[in-house]
Design a protein around this ligand. Structure first.
Ligand code: PDD
Length: 277
């Protein structure tokens, strides 16, 4: 496995970090998960732009110029002979230095990116998934794709313990997003989702879902919906680079409509397949 670092490619076993590394000690860094279909990146531009935005927001200098990063990410797929469906995980931390909350002077960012095979979740895309609701206890700046994922991790684990796929996060009953995906409600043919404020991640697939809605003449409404609104929702779904457009059949004990994937979700899934194909 060839891994891209801030300097160049290394083998998996050559990658090592000093014990005082700010990603490990503070979660002081950012990341991206980029989808690959048939050996080719999907929404690479959106992910790279968001990476630079996240880095700027926490004052980290990305160790590559944008055009060089694109070239290195292509090289990552070539070196690893990726031809199928996969994902790239890329993270950048502020770097290594003696532990101090404030940024150490002269510190240089650490980057690594690796690629891993990842088949499409076909069975779940077809049949849908169940979820729990969970308090959104995360910080206010979730638009930054930060390595600080404790709130997300605990919510996802709570879902797993209930044999559920995801946790639908809410603040005082208003749905923000899910633990690692964006959340949507369909009512009377309109798609509702949380506005792209600082308290949710502005998903790359979410941007495409908006475009698919435009294309299909489906109204895309950036308004929050509540846990109570789920009671008479026609459909609920989620989206992410790894989950695509995924039907949600249940939230806690509540079955959404008749408990099967709905027509708007199916339409958006078709759009996704065409776009990604
Ligand atoms: N998660 N919201 C959160 C909190 C996320 O972590 C993600 C992505 C999304 C969807 O973003 P996108 O459409 O750009 O993938 C929304 C990735 C897949 C992860 O952490 O594994």
């Amino acid at each position: 496995n060839h891994i891209l670092t801030q300097d160049d490619f290394v083998g998996q076993d050559e990658l090592s970090y000093p014990f005082e590394e700010r990603g490990l000690q503070f979660g002081d860094g950012i990341y991206e998960v980029i989808r690959i279909y048939g050996g080719r990146y999907y929404l690479i531009h959106e992910h790279v732009e968001r990476l630079y935005r996240s880095a700027a927001a926490i004052k980290i200098q990305v160790p590559y110029k944008k055009e060089d990063l694109y070239a290195k990410l292509d090289e990552l797929l070539e070196k690893n002979k990726v031809t199928g469906d996969a994902k790239v995980y890329l993270q950048i931390t502020r770097g290594s230095a003696p532990r101090d909350h404030a940024f150490p002077d002269g510190i240089e960012a650490n980057l690594y990116a690796y690629v891993k095979d990842l088949p499409r979740p076909e069975e779940k895309l077809k049949n849908g998934v169940t979820t729990i609701s969970h308090d959104d206890v995360r910080w206010d700046w979730c638009y930054i794709k930060s390595l600080n994922l404790l709130g997300n991790v605990l919510a996802k684990q709570a879902a797993k313990e209930k044999d559920c796929y995801e946790a639908v996060l809410h603040k005082d009953g208003e749905v923000t997003e899910c633990s690692s995906s964006n959340a949507y409600l369909v009512k009377d043919g309109k798609v509702y989702t949380h506005p792209p404020k600082k308290n949710i991640l502005h998903g790359c697939v979410r941007m495409r879902v908006e475009a698919f809605c435009d294309q299909e003449g489906i109204e895309f409404v950036e308004e929050t919906f509540s846990l109570e609104d789920l009671q008479d929702a026609d459909e609920v779904f989620l989206s992410s680079s790894t989950s695509e457009v995924m039907p949600i059949l249940k939230v806690d004990e509540l079955t959404i409509a008749d408990g099967t994937p709905g027509p708007v979700t199916r339409t958006l899934q078709k759009c996704y397949e065409q776009d990604a194909g």
